[in-house]
Design a protein around this ligand. Sequence first.
Ligand code: ZN
Length: 133
Amino acid sequence: MKKIEHIGIAVKDLEKSNQLFASFFGKEHYKIEEVISEGVKTSFFKSGPNKIELLQATNSESPIAKFIDKKGEGIHHIAFAVSDIKKEIKRLKKEGFTVLNETPKKGADNKLVAFLHPKTTNGVLIELCQEID
Ligand code: ZN
C-alpha cells in the first residue's frame, strides 16, 4: 500500500453535492467521469495531496444505489494506491481477505481497481487502485 488514494462518498444528487463540496473546499471539482459498467457518475475534488470522489448512481442496480438504500449517503469506500494490483490481490487473498473482483477492472480516474468485501475488513469497503500508465 502506498497511500490513501482517495475517499469515496456516496451521494444522491451529484450536482448538489458538487456545489456543497465546492463551497467546503473553496474550489470546484476538477473532473467528472461516468463509469458505465459500474452505473456511477463520479466527480473528484483535490485538497492538498488528498482526493475526494463523489459517487452518484446512474441506475437502480448500481452498487451506489443499493448502498444509499441501505445506509443513506455517506462514506462509501477508502481507496489505497498500490503499485502492482495483481500482486496485492494475490497477497490479500492469501491473508484471508475476500476480494470482490479478482480480475482488476477499469475504474474512474484512469485506474485499475479491485474491492475487498467489507465483511473481511471491519465493515469498510476498501478499494485498491493502480494507475494505468
Ligand atoms: Zn473510488
